[in-house]
Write a protein that binds this ligand. Structure first.
Ligand code: AHG
Ligand code: MN
Ligand code: MN
Length: 335
């Protein structure tokens, strides 16, 4: 069997479609290399104590773990010197990080959630890293924090790593979605899924049901109908899954279909997940895999962001299910 590495995949994308410039390739390779380092740190579990809390909150008011901070630094240090980036933004940093003057600057902006699902660290459940690449507007002549505030449709690449039983890297450069598995002996990401497509037929949904009392009526209607099973309006039984690591929930949906919801509700008025480094990259990947992603009313990738750490409602996965949830919102709106 021909083993295709990440580097080879990216070079071939450039050769055949001209979509991955050497600068973009280097950027993705460096992110992937940082993910290997994070994967290694995560796999040590409690041996190092880096899954512990540091007693501080991040900009979102969430408890930071040592590993959140380490993963953030690994990504920052790996990406700052290569000359591909103008700036980076992260869930764990209140302000964007501009590439220091001692390094050359490039045309891209990198956004990331260094460790997604970090509440799962101390219980040995999969966590991951999510990233999104944008082009810096106007050749970055007037860079400021607002340079990041572009709708998700402008992303040039997005991906995520899952540090599970195996470490996988899912990537899109706008030409479908591919999956790599980390060969830990060789230290390289090997292409193991050359065309990830979300199955259309699904009987699985993912939602944190402890928020049920806060759900808006269209969400409640959709979940009630799923729960009603074979004798209900959907005429089939559904299964429920909730890992509480978005990377793991989305990876499962890419593999075997389903729908993931973290909607706006009475408690999470703007939603729970962050638009720029969680919802947008995942929405890009899901659409590229034949699925759909909305905030309940509109396509996530069309939303003009107004803040770096802005939150958004998320409904993503198998297209017909996402369309159904979105339809229920439209019907509720019409009364
Ligand atoms: P993070 O660890 O980066 O803050 O993200 C956690 C997110 C996401 O991964 C997951 O789907 C969701 O939060 C889980 O939220 P609940 O704890 O409310 O279920
Ligand atoms: Mn996250
Ligand atoms: Mn995180």
């Amino acid at each position: 069997m021909r083993r295709v590495t990440l580097t080879q995949y990216l070079i071939e994308q450039q050769r055949h479609y001209g979509t991955v410039s050497p600068e973009l390739r280097l950027l993705i390779e460096v992110v992937a290399r940082a993910c290997k380092a994070i994967s290694h740190a995560v796999s040590k579990g409690p041996l190092t104590g880096i899954g512990d809390s540091v007693g501080l909150d991040n900009v979102q008011g969430e408890a930071q773990k040592k590993l959140d901070i380490i993963a953030n630094e690994v990504l920052m240090e790996a990406n700052e010197w290569g000359g591909q980036l103008a700036a980076m933004a992260s869930e764990e940093m209140a302000e964007p990080y501009q590439i220091p003057n001692r390094y050359p600057k490039g045309e891209f902006l990198l956004l990331y959630d260094p460790l997604d699902g970090s509440s799962n660290l101390d219980v040995n459940i999969a966590v991951g890293t999510i990233f999104s690449v944008l082009r810096c507007p106007n050749n970055c002549t007037e860079f400021d924090a607002s340079s990041f505030l572009q709708p998700g449709s402008q992303q040039v690449a997005a991906g995520f790593a899952v540090y599970g039983a195996a470490t996988v890297l899912v990537l899109t450069v706008g030409n479908g979605v591919v999956g790599f598995t980390l060969d830990k002996e060789l230290g390289s990401f090997v292409l193991t899924d050359e065309r990830i497509m979300i199955p259309e037929e699904t009987q699985e949904f993912a939602i944190n049901a402890s928020n049920m009392r806060n759900w808006h009526p269209p969400v409640k209607r959709y979940i009630d109908e799923c729960m009603a099973g074979k004798t209900g309006p959907r005429g089939k039984d559904f299964n429920m899954r909730w890992v509480a690591s978005m990377v793991a929930d989305v990876y499962r949906i890419l593999c075997r279909g389903g729908v993931f919801l973290y909607p706006k509700d009475a408690k999470h008025k703007e939603g729970r997940l962050r638009m720029m480094y969680e919802a947008n990259p995942m929405a890009f990947i899901v659409e590229q895999a034949g699925g759909a992603a909305t905030d309940g009313t509109q396509r996530i990738l069309d939303i003009q962001p107004s803040g770096l750490h802005q939150r958004v409602g998320v409904v993503l996965g198998s297209k017909s299910e996402v369309e159904r949830v979105t339809q229920y919102h439209a019907e509720a709106h019409e009364g």
